[in-house]
Design a protein around this ligand. Structure first.
Ligand code: NDP
Ligand code: 2IT
Length: 451
């Protein structure tokens, strides 16, 4: 068994790396899934004959395009736009758009690949995709962001649609950017459809979609904690990031009784030994979403807090860690610090925030550890609920959406337990999420023939 897995993973990866040189994040994401599903493939060899994995790692379509735009001074800039339409076996392509200077094809492909499994886990009919650009909204005026979004959509509009591909937000893309993109899309198509999710509340957005990723991660963490008879009550929680996911993870964890003590951005982190309260969270939302300031400004407002420039928060002793910023933000050294500091639960809000070496440390120490594709799926799941509401031209109450979100996170947790529980009773959430996500997509691909 183990020999097959080793040979299969090594052989497959050699081919993947040769064919996709330099795409290190994509290689990382594929290897993690392969290691989980290889034993399953050995048991069901017809999936090997069907070359399901070979088909899954090849995007159905990659669109790369020029995005020219003019800044407020009249200077011309050229960015690169992407949409990776990875897999439509179980539904229309669905996933966020990321605007960040680091965006490249490897990052787009890793995110689109992960999304295929995540969307499968949500129980809703959505395929996997991702899009974005190496454009960062940071430091740009509203008018510049609008011109960029309009230029981006002037190419992308021909490739997306309510039944084809439904983009949403991700790093650097929130309500403002979705609004500008939707506006241009509607103008070019002359149709008001649910082609984007994360829309404004007055024009088709679902209640709770902005909160859903962070809240959903907390609902998932509650299920994880319950397997050890624990809850958020009285626990110290360390959160990274200060954007959409981090704000709402911190807010929900606090409301569930935890003491949440950190937030961060790419410049450093803040530590508030008293923990956040409603007023402090409201201040962070205002600072990040309206003023568009930096997290270090928190300590000017709350002088008992400390700012640590250039550092990540993983050295702060805690019970629960929620990485909610970006990929590979917890390396082996950080993981060792977390374990040494008493952390026993790591619930990912970001996509692939933990390196493979760090995951191994968490799993060897038998921590509760969930990969983003399971624990951050509440965002895209609520986007799926937004699509449903748009299709039937109705709007559900916050209570209705929250109830569905709860159900979905709890179902994802049950799927991880079903496929990830090891002989000694340890729940390997990575294995569980990968196998559960894989089975549904693989089955759909077999049913639909060689396409
Ligand atoms: P936002 O743009 O709202 O916030 C991102 C936050 O992470 C900012 O505080 C940002 O700081 C920080 N960050 C970004 N890049 C880096 C970096 N290289 N190093 C350190 N900090 C960084 O994004 P979201 O909150 O939407 O997304 C955060 C993560 O969650 C991403 O991995 C995303 O893919 C994932 N995710 C998002 C979902 C959503 O619904 N929005 C759904 C599921 C997953 P700075 O301002 O300095 O850049
Ligand atoms: O990574 C993700 O799941 C998202 N960025 C959510 C996108 C969505 O479709 O709401």
């Amino acid at each position: 068994m183990e020999k097959f897995v080793k040979n299969y993973v090594e052989g497959f990866m050699a081919g993947l790396v040769a064919k996709n040189p330099g795409e290190k994040e994509f290689h990382q994401a594929v290897k993690e899934v392969l290691e989980s599903v290889a034993p399953y493939l050995e048991k069901y060899p017809y999936l090997l004959d069907q070359k399901i994995m070979e088909r899954m790692v090849e995007p159905e379509r990659v669109i790369m395009f020029r995005v020219p735009w003019m800044d407020d001074k009249g200077e011309i800039h050229v960015n690169r736009g992407f949409r990776v339409q990875m897999n439509s076996a179980i539904g229309p392509y669905k996933e966020g758009i990321r605007f960040h200077y680091s965006v490249n094809l490897s990052i787009m492909k890793f995110l689109a690949f992960e999304q295929t499994f995540k969307n499968s886990l949500t129980t809703l009919p959505m395929g996997g995709a991702k899009g974005g650009s190496d454009f960062s909204p940071r430091g740009k005026s509203d008018a510049e962001v609008m011109r960029f979004c309009q230029s981006f959509i002037t190419e992308l509009f021909r490739h997306i649609g309510a039944d084809t591909d439904v983009p949403a937000g991700d790093i650097g893309v929130g309500g403002r950017e979705v609004g500008y993109m939707f506006g241009q899309y509607k103008r070019l198509r002359d149709e008001f459809t649910g082609t984007f999710t994360g829309k404004g509340q007055a024009w088709g957005g679902s209640l709770l979609r902005p909160e859903a990723t962070g809240y959903g991660a907390c609902y998932f963490a509650q299920e994880m904690l319950a397997t050890r008879g624990k809850s958020f009550e009285g626990q110290t929680v360390v959160v990274s990031g200060a954007g959409n996911v981090a704000q709402h993870a911190a807010e929900k964890a606090m409301r569930l009784g935890a003491k949440v003590v950190t937030l961060s951005d790419s410049d450093g982190f803040i530590y508030d030994p008293d923990g956040f309260d409603e007023e402090k969270i409201a201040y962070v939302k205002q600072l990040k979403n309206v003023i568009r300031g930096r997290i270090k400004e928190y300590v000017t407002r709350y002088p008992k807090a400390q700012y640590f420039p250039g550092e990540r928060p993983w050295g702060i002793p805690c019970d629960i860690a929620m990485p909610c910023a970006t990929q590979n933000e917890i390396n082996a050294e950080d993981a060792a610090k977390l374990v040494a500091g008493g952390c026993y639960c790591v619930t990912e809000g970001a996509n692939m925030p933990t390196t493979p070496e760090a995951i191994a440390i968490f799993q060897q120490a038998k921590l509760l550890y969930s990969p983003g594709k399971a624990s951050n799926a509440g965002g895209v799941a609520t986007s799926g609920l937004e699509m449903s509401q748009n299709s039937i031209r109705q709007k559900w109450t916050a209570e209705e959406v929250d109830k569905e979100l709860h159900r979905i996170m709890s179902d994802i947790h049950a799927a991880c337990v079903k496929y990830g529980t090891e002989e000694d009773g340890y729940i390997n959430y990575v294995k569980g999420a990968n196998i559960a996500g894989f089975i549904k997509v693989a089955g759909a691909m077999v049913d639909q023939g060689l396409v």
